[in-house]
Design a protein around this ligand. Structure first.
Ligand code: GLA
Ligand code: ZN
Length: 676
């Protein structure tokens, strides 16, 4: 198969089976937009097995054949994301139970028990049927496993599975008691049988329990997914599998889930035009980078919206140029597809006003369809990018288990710790400088990076303290912040000084942390002749940590309150590297300016220098070539200078970049002149 980027969307022909003329039109639209793939069958269980044991796969086969005849491939879904009515009526155990012990009624979707043997068996049979029928079909190129896995169930089956999970983890109840610190408030367990999941009617304050419950739910979901995939494999289907993940989703440890899928995919629905679009782009870009970094391989966008997204607070239209920019941003960050939810707008129910390739009007002469077709054309021009990599000199440590633990704790600020925001501020500063960034969790290796940003690494797990130490010793630049290295993997506080086991690397010890009221701020003021030549002061809020330097050099200090004069930013030389420590929740501009100084001082080259405001720069590469994406998210045209020895693969450039537009430049990596 020739190299191409995937272009398509979620297709629900089962909603239109009584209208064959509509289905014929769908094909015309797909071809006109240059689409080459659809996701099929995501919510089709009731049409595939209308009554228990009565299978109807022929309609799906007809659809797949028609698509294939027209050059359109299929990503075939397993339909477990929404169960048919009959299964809930006959086997109530498949319905989820809330933390208060109430069993849900039938309704909605994504609401089955992940433990239920009946549900697992019914899904296994269905997946087996699909694999037997379509596992060798030339149109079916990938499996789309379920849909947006998530949620939890507190039924007795899940509770029992949790107890067994704990017993496997701890071995003895004494070890569990120690890890969860259960003598506190008299909560000692005498056997695993006594353990119940956290509940608003029962236990909520044993943080080790809460943390392990989240880990269990994540593991149980992954286990469910593994069984789905196994059923396909047992029936002989060997196409790659993917499961669509979600934006900043905290219900599953995707770092663990990634091992069991062949390809990473996710669903992106940014709130364009709500704030400054460049900020939206950075936030969304960080998620793309997180997804790419899960496997360090190209990922797919499984869903995005061609125009207004109806479940958001306000259904905002995408302004002209935004669809192209958003689509190319995916490719820029290492994605190999653009896909939409939904191909044809559904006529009734919850998503009837959600943006679609084909709207209720049903013609091609719409603004949205025109833009969709333009994206199709650009993706064809960029086909050679499929499968290419991203080289990132910088990494952002962003870890879901860290977040579970930190946000569950009481203190130092129950009104908001702003972890995600702190991560975004670091990320965005690296992007503004013009670097590719990997977004990784604590399980990953740090060896390939020149810079590692570690904002609010409250929990140290997976030996991260040793990894960070070795990283700095070998010449790496570490930028760590306040509220780091406080607890271990079971959420027990480290004794003997924090950031745990890194005080000598950072050349300081954290002594206290001040939570600020919403209306309070402090300032970070540069010290005279500091090593980074900082001259400006910056505002800090929410959290101010008070540290005692033990070898670290103070670059900035607090300007106010009783800790005025104490360090607000420090640096320490350790081994061949440097370790910076940001003591407070600084405004975004601090990160932009300070990171720039740090990178310049270290001689790290950006992809382009002097990137104007509102512009994002990314690159992908092969051994020989580099592809540079320059994207203007502002409404106004901007001046940018691009390397002269390149070829413009996409977009318009005359020394300037029009408002809401992008260019893609191809150049040789060795700096030689590009020959067409
Ligand atoms: C999610 C789901 C889709 C659809 C879209 C709408 O991502 O996976 O089925 O509901 O949202 O935006
Ligand atoms: Zn359950």
């Amino acid at each position: 198969m020739s190299k191409k980027l995937i272009y398509g969307g979620d297709y629900y022909p089962e909603q239109w089976l009584d209208k064959p003329e509509v289905l014929e039109k769908d094909i015309e639209f797909l071809k006109a937009a240059k689409m080459n793939l659809v996701s099929l069958g995501v919510f089709a269980w009731s049409e595939l097995e209308p009554r228990e044991g009565e299978y109807h796969l022929e309609w799906m086969e007809n659809i797949i054949n028609r698509l294939y005849e027209n050059g359109i491939s299929v990503m075939l879904a397993t339909p477990s994301g929404a169960k048919p009515r009959w299964i809930a009526a006959k086997y109530p155990e498949v319905l989820r139970v809330t933390d208060k012990g109430e069993r849900n009624l039938f309704g909605e979707r994504h609401n089955h028990c992940y433990t239920s043997p009946v549900y697992r068996e019914k899904v296994r049979i269905m997946n087996t049927r699909l694999a037997e029928r379509f596992g060798k079909h030339p149109a079916v190129v990938m499996w789309h496993i379920s849909n947006e896995y998530g949620g939890e169930c507190y039924c007795e089956l899940c509770q029992q599975a949790f107890r067994e999970w704990l017993e496997r983890k701890y071995g003895t109840i004494e070890k569990l008691n120690q890890a969860w610190w259960t003598r506190f408030w008299n909560h000692t367990y005498t056997s695993f049988e006594e353990v119940e999941a956290p509940s608003s009617l029962g236990e909520k304050s044993v943080h080790g329990l809460n943390l392990d419950w989240k880990r269990f739910v994540s593991d149980q979901t992954i286990d469910f997914m593994k069984q789905e995939i196994q059923a396909l494999r047992d029936a002989g289907a060997m196409q790659p599998c993917t499961a669509n993940m979600m934006y900043d989703f905290q219900g599953i440890n995707y770092g663990k889930m990634q091992e069991f899928v062949d390809v990473i995919s996710w669903d992106t629905y940014p709130l364009w035009h709500k704030t400054d679009d460049i900020l939206v782009a950075f936030d969304n870009g960080m998620q793309h980078d997180y997804m790419r970094s899960l496997k360090q391989k190209p990922f797919l966008i499984m869903e995005s919206c061609p125009t207004a997204t109806n479940w958001q607070g306000v259904s905002k239209l995408k302004k002209p140029g935004t669809l192209m920019n958003a689509s190319l941003q995916t490719i820029a960050h290492g994605g190999d597809s653009v896909q939409y939810f939904q191909v044809r707008q559904s006529r009734g129910s919850f998503e009837k006003f959600h943006g679609a390739v084909i709207d209720h009007y049903g013609g091609m002469d719409t603004r949205v369809f025109r833009e969709i077709s333009q994206v199709g054309e650009e993706l064809e021009k960029l086909a050679e990018l499929a499968g290419t990599g991203v080289e990132a000199p910088a990494a952002l440590l962003y870890d879901v288990e860290n977040r579970w633990a930190m946000e569950d704790a009481q203190g130092p600020r129950n009104k908001g710790l702003f972890y995600h925001e702190a991560a975004v501020k670091s990320y965005q500063a690296m992007k503004q400088y013009g670097m590719n960034v990997d977004v990784i969790d604590m399980d990953k290796s740090l060896d390939s990076y020149r810079v590692v940003a570690a904002p609010m690494l409250y929990m140290f797990r997976s030996g991260i303290e040793e990894k960070l130490r070795a990283y700095v010793e070998n010449g790496g630049i570490l930028i760590m912040t306040y509220w780091s290295g406080i607890v271990d993997e079971t959420d027990l506080c480290h004794l003997g000084g924090t950031p745990h086991a890194l005080t000598d690397v950072l050349g300081l010890r954290s002594e206290e942390i001040d939570g600020l009221y919403d209306w309070e701020t402090n300032t970070a003021v540069p010290v005279q002749e500091n090593a980074l030549h900082i001259t400006k002061s910056y505002t800090c809020s929410h959290l101010c940590e008070l540290v005692r330097p033990m070898g670290a050099e103070t670059l900035m200090e607090y300007g106010e309150d009783f800790y005025a004069g104490k360090p607000a930013l420090t640096v320490h030389d350790h081994g061949k590297g440097k370790a910076y420590y940001v003591c407070a929740d600084m405004e975004a501009e601090f990160y932009t300016d300070i990171y720039k100084s740090i990178f310049l001082k270290a001689g790290i080259q950006p992809l382009l220098s002097d990137i104007p405001e509102g512009v994002e720069v990314c690159s992908r590469c092969t051994e020989e070539y580099e592809y540079i994406f320059v994207q203007n998210y502002s409404e106004q045209p901007v001046k940018v200078s691009i390397p002269e020895n390149g070829e413009l693969l996409s977009g318009q450039y005359d020394g300037r970049l029009a408002g809401r537009s992008s260019i893609v430049l191809k150049k040789r990596k060795d700096g030689g002149v590009y020959e067409v």
